[in-house]
Each structure stands twice: as C-alpha cells, then as structure tokens.
Design a binder for this molecule. Sequence first.
Ligand SMILES: Cc1cc2nc3c(=O)[nH]c(=O)nc-3n(C[C@H](O)[C@H](O)[C@H](O)COP(=O)(O)O)c2cc1C
Length: 197
Amino acid sequence: MTTPRPTATLDFLQTRRSVTAANMPPGGPDADTLQSILAAGIRVPDHGKLAPWRIVVFEGEARATFGAQVLRPAFATNQRSDAPETTLALEAARFERAAVVLAVLSTPTVSHKIPLWEQQLSAGAVCQTLLIAAQAEGYAAQWLTEWTAFDPDVRAALDCSGEHDQIAGYIYIGGKATNDSDRPRPDPEAVISRWPS
Ligand SMILES: Cc1cc2nc3c(=O)[nH]c(=O)nc-3n(C[C@H](O)[C@H](O)[C@H](O)COP(=O)(O)O)c2cc1C
C-alpha cells in the first residue's frame, strides 16, 4: 500500500475555487489530460456498480453546432418565445464560453434495490470529481446547470428523457486560471456537530 499525501490533497481541497464560465480564459486541457480528467470523473463511489450516469463531451465545433441546432431553438420554444436575435445568439453560444463542456447525465436504473437517491448522489459525485480533477490540473472550471439542464428539448437531444433521468450539470473547463478571491463559506460550527452535542 502506498502512503497517501494528505497534506497536498487537503491543501488543494481547502483552497480550490471555481472560475465562472464568463471569465474562463481561452485554451483548455489537451486530449490526454481531458482523458485523465474523464477517467477520474467516472471513478466514483457507485452503490451496486450500476454506473448510473453518462458523460457527453462537447469540444471544438460541436459546441457551436449544438448551440445552433439545440440550444437556440430550445430557448426560443421553451424559455422565451419573444427573445430578440441578440439574446438568441448569446444562448446559442452558451457552450462556447469554455473549450470543453461535459454534460453529466443522471441515468438511474429504476425499480432497483439500490435507491434512486443513492444513484443520483453518484452522479453528483461524478460532477464534483470532474470539477476537482480539472481544477487540480490548473484549469478554470465551473459546475453549472442554468436553464440548459432542465429544458425538455435539450434533455431529449442528450438522450436524457427517461422519467428519472436528469442533467446533473455541465462542467465547463477553460484554459489555465485560478480564482484568488474566495466567496463566503459556511461557518463550520453551524453545519458540523458532534454527537452527543
Ligand atoms: C448542482 C449545481 C448547479 C449550479 N448551477 C449554477 C448555475 O446555474 N449558475 C451559477 O451561477 N452557479 C451555479 N452553481 C454554482 C457554481 O458552481 C459556483 O461557481 C460555485 O458555487 C462556486 O463555488 P466554488 O468556488 O466553491 O467551487 C451550481 C452549483 C451546483 C453544485
């Protein structure tokens, strides 16, 4: 058994920050690094070994194509039918804010002895692990849902229309960047207790 390196890992986990998709620099992980990030992302706790999740990768031209073929018409149809052209163009370009967008789908096996909730939690673990993996390699990354996670036409285009299927989120990954400002964090005393209190 190898000796873990808790200090480096805990240091990273206690200081990592997301960089918003709007502020991501150009560039992104190369093919090998993205493969490693994806491999880390699917190495998550998974009760029953059901792999109740899928990842759809968007990069390069696919981001604009999906925007034109799916995001734009979905927004016009389901979100805002009177949207002006400027808004539609912005919505179509949503995935182009980052070099890579990973859609994480929660696709549980229903009526299974493993509870639905546990399968959904595993999809959340995929999202967080992808985020951590990308940030650990120095890339700007953010977990977003926005309207694109809930729109029926977007879900259909991603083959995520089963009764219990959901889009757990999109992991946006841009170029290398850190976010040095922190956001308010919960007071540990307010959310962590010991039993008996
Ligand atoms: C499931 C989930 C969905 C989110 N969706 C959005 C969103 O749609 N828009 C947004 O501005 N932030 C959203 N966020 C929050 C961002 O990820 C935000 O950047 C993050 O909370 C920053 O925290 P961090 O620096 O600790 O990573 C979401 C977070 C989670 C966990």
